[in-house]
Design a protein around this ligand. Structure first.
Ligand code: ATP
Length: 289
């Protein structure tokens, strides 16, 4: 049980049929392995198949083919185990509809009742930064506050695995940082986390590994540091000389900087040494640069 992977996916397939486009493969044979305690991010452009994949793992969509195990069980074949399995997972969907007339505190308390071992509702409300809004009706919350409530409802059940579909959309920078701290804390407590995000800095700050999906297929699974050969990519060195910006690329930036420094007899004006960011590498991978 201890060594069992949290998520195991082989050859996952899903297609949708519409009058306009006929049959379209949204997920075209995906393999995934997520270990317990890991933070795993799925990246990909709009329509790549991220939400379809995640919702199949959550048991909210049927698949056409492939093998899926989440916490050792097939989400499409839960039968009488459904409640016991749902009790172990937490979900933050892209959008949630619930009773707009209830207050934040009422909603979080209400959801806590669905689980056998919930977290403390007041602590959860505090952790997502909604203590000041605990008595406010949901319909009066801003978009970002509403999203924080979604996160609260995802973690209230003290899940072993947490699914987050674009969790920080609409968050201000402070709320995003607080959310990242919360996710790290949950991971330190042993929670497995699968998230989709369009924010590359979020993937870099949170994920142990990322998968890039395009057109329903995985292009690569790697750490954020090594994705697309990022760790071995050339560094760009730039500096100011005779009033003009100079730029070179190098595999050995330290040696270049030493050479420059000796040529300038000390400090090199406006010196920068940059490796490609995760966003640079990602955009190259998906063919956008
Ligand atoms: P986004 O980043 O925009 O959320 P995504 O990677 O999550 O995109 P999906 O929502 O999984 O992508 O969609 C994958 C493809 O399947 C898209 O082409 C989409 O139009 C199509 N699709 C998704 N849901 C349905 C549906 N219920 N009926 C028909 N087609 C669908």
């Amino acid at each position: 049980m201890v060594n069992e992977s949290a998520i195991f996916v082989r050859g996952l397939k899903k297609s949708y049929t519409s009058k306009a486009n006929g049959s379209k493969d949204a997920v075209a044979g995906i393999d995934l392995d997520v270990s317990r305690g890991e933070i795993f991010a799925i990246l990909g452009p709009n329509g790549a198949g991220k939400t379809t994949t995640v919702e199949i793992l959550e048991g909210y969509r049927n698949r056409d083919g492939g093998e899926v195990k989440v916490l050792g069980q097939d989400p499409a074949k839960l039968g009488t185990d459904s409640w016991a399995w749902r009790n172990r997972i937490g979900i933050v969907l892209q959008s949630t509809n619930d009773s707009q007339d209830l207050s934040v505190a009422e909603t979080v308390h209400h959801f806590a009742n669905y689980y056998s071992n919930p977290r403390d509702p007041e602590a959860v409300i505090h952790e997502v930064g909604l203590t000041d809004k605990a008595m406010a009706r949901i319909q009066t919350l801003s978009g970002g506050q509403r999203r924080r409530l979604d996160v609260a409802l995802g973690i209230i059940g003290n899940p072993e695995i947490l699914f987050l579909d674009e969790p920080t959309t609409g968050f201000d920078p402070e709320a995003r940082r607080a959310f990242w701290d919360l996710i790290h804390k949950l991971r330190d407590e042993g929670t497995t986390i699968l998230l989709t995000t369009h924010y590359l800095d979020e993937a870099e700050a949170l994920a142990d590994r990322v998968a890039v999906i395009v057109d329903g297929k995985i292009l690569e699974v790697s750490t954020p540091e090594n994705l697309g050969g990022r760790n071995t990519a050339k560094a760009r060195i730039s500096w100011l000389e005779n009033g003009l910006k100079q730029e070179i690329e190098s595999d050995s930036p330290a040696a270049e900087v030493v050479k420059l420094s000796s040529r300038f007899g000390g400090e090199v004006p406006e010196l920068t040494v940059i490796r490609p960011s995760l966003e640079d590498i990602y955009l190259k991978m998906i063919g956008q640069v």
